[in-house]
Design a protein around this ligand. Sequence first.
Ligand SMILES: *Cc1c(COP(=O)(O)O)cnc(C)c1O
Length: 340
Amino acid sequence: MIEVLESGMLAQGPRVAALEDAFTHMTGARHAIATSSGTTGLHLALLAHGIGPGDEVITSPFTFIASVNAILFTGATPVFADIEEASFNIDPERLEAAITPRTKAVMPVHLYGQACDMDEISAIARKHGVILLEDAAQAVGATYRGRHVGTFGTAVFSLYATKNVMSGEGGMITTDDDHVADMARLLRNHGMRNRYEYEMLGYNFRLTDVLAAIGLAQMGRMEEAMRRRRSNASYLNAHLRGVRTPVVKANRDHVWHQYTIALPPGTDRQDAIHHLGEHGIGTGVFYPRSAHRFPHVYDVTGELDLPVTDRVAASVLSLPVHPLLEPSDLERIAAAVNSL
Ligand SMILES: *Cc1c(COP(=O)(O)O)cnc(C)c1O
């Protein structure tokens, strides 16, 4: 960090390149392109694939709003396929049913750090000839059949401060597609390959070397942090009673960005949050309202009926699972949840 500051190279430079290399190495993708955030990464990935007005992109309604906003920024129309109650991820059957002649891409979101059903989703994308774009913002380190997320199509990771690997702000696109990588690099930097020659309308979506240095340090600690999160999650799975604990589906490794339970019907979530708070346990609700319930979204999509997402959004609660939890913290969390 100090080295970066002393180097005088604060903008995009060698640390950004090193962080990109670390991502190609970790995921096995051919290219990695660092961006100023996960949101700008998603926007850039969509643009690099030529997605724009008139196109439809199918995604999950149960996600952080940036997944949907990135589609809206390009002028394309977001289309929602409802989720599967058990995994909180997009339901492949509903995703396929949502395909129309205007569908240009499908964008599954690996929510909370668990990969979507990538065999099914990859097969659907191939069958219908549409682009596969993974929102892997929460899923750095996650795998499906031993293959890292971010290698099934073009993908975007977030390095935002709360994510499992972070740089404060930042994002990373991974892709095997040479043309998409080239377009993403161009659009990231004013459409400029040679200095002051603008090949197209571009953006400033660059990451800085200062932030990349933080990201590189975090990558070094990633395995140990991931191991601790997994062990915390298995403790909670084994000890919580009376709530629906997270389901890890077959053939994948969950990285536990969030440990999210579903409260039983009839439980008041505000009361539960208050009860846990009194035991010194901080909780989060990701996400209290589904994406299709916001005016800037339904003004574009129209009113939609996505009952699973609505039900899940009303009942989820995320508990601490971070690497710094002590055994006594885990016992306290279990006792407090079990006395809800
Ligand atoms: C965090 C996040 C983003 C956006 O990433 P930022 O780096 O915060 O811009 C996009 N999608 C999902 C699912 C996220 O969790």
